[in-house]
Ligand binder design. Structure first.
Ligand code: TMP
Ligand code: ASP
Length: 235
């Protein structure tokens, strides 16, 4: 497979064409942003952690019946993936109150839910990724009813698999954001699953081991990414 021209540069990754029209290469950067790009920084080593962790998790999810865009890890920062059309929805699952849920609803961070929640944001930077529901997604023609049902089913399955996966590393999966794409008519998991896109707390101390350390200026940002990497046995 041959790496060709850059197709796109996002906040955390670049995407390159290949000689195969169905395959692109993602290249993970150390750049970090928060609050829709208002806050910018660098987290040294993040690209490697996010690339290798995403790939490991995606291989696990494939085995557990969730189709993903993953094809092959090419280097510490580069991975070949299926070229999907991204469904412009950020799908968020929560097991424990935190972040915007706590702020919006006045629930203290750390309150465990009896059942996980699901929510959708419309992926649109100009609008600041507004919270919507599945009826809005249909009205905006972001996905079909069948696609939304598939997305919900996969999202809860991802949660069940990942909760158990992180727990064996003494990490609590508080919440996470995932994205899906269409490939040859099928919905598959795309984008990444990493400390950028999950809230991960130490089971015992509740220490934050994710991007909230950057968002909230808590310090030891690089160390937190490396700690997750090490606990998952990926270093
Ligand atoms: P929130 O509490 O700020 O809504 O975030 C919920 C989860 O989604 C959390 O794990 C962080 C992740 N997330 C992203 O991956 N990208 C984003 O742009 C935002 C706002 C949150
Ligand atoms: N999507 C947010 C931004 O770039 C990142 C985040 O808070 O996770 O700015």
């Amino acid at each position: 497979m041959e790496k060709r021209e850059q197709l796109y540069e996002g906040k955390a990754k670049k995407v390159f064409a290949t000689d195969d029209p169905d395959i692109v290469i993602v290249d993970y950067k150390d750049d970090a942003t928060a609050f829709n790009g208002e806050k910018k920084g660098t987290i040294v080593g993040k690209g490697v952690v996010n690339n290798r962790m995403t790939n490991h998790v995606f291989r696990l999810l494939e085995k557990e019946g969730v189709p993903t865009h993953y094809i092959e890890e090419l280097s510490d920062r580069e991975t070949a993936v299926k070229k999907v059309q991204i469904v412009p929805l950020e799908v968020i699952i929560r097991n424990i109150a935190a972040g915007s849920f706590s702020k919006r609803l006045g629930v203290p961070e750390g309150k465990k839910f009896r059942q996980p929640t699901i929510e959708f944001s419309y992926k649109n930077d100009e609008l600041g990724d507004p919270l919507i529901n599945s009826y809005f997604a249909l009205a905006l023609e972001l996905a079909t009813e069948e696609e939304i049902e598939t997305i919900k089913r996969y999202a809860f399955r991802v949660n069940e698999v990942l909760k158990a996966y992180f727990l064996q590393a003494d990490i609590e999966l508080v919440d996470f954001k995932i994205e899906f794409g269409r490939f040859k008519g099928q919905i598959i998991l795309a984008d990444e699953i990493s400390p950028d896109t999950c809230r991960l707390w130490d089971v015992h101390t509740h220490e934050k081991l994710d991007k909230d350390r950057f968002r909230r200026d808590l310090g030891n940002v690089e160390e937190a990414y490396q700690e997750v990497f090490k606990r998952l046995g990926l270093d």
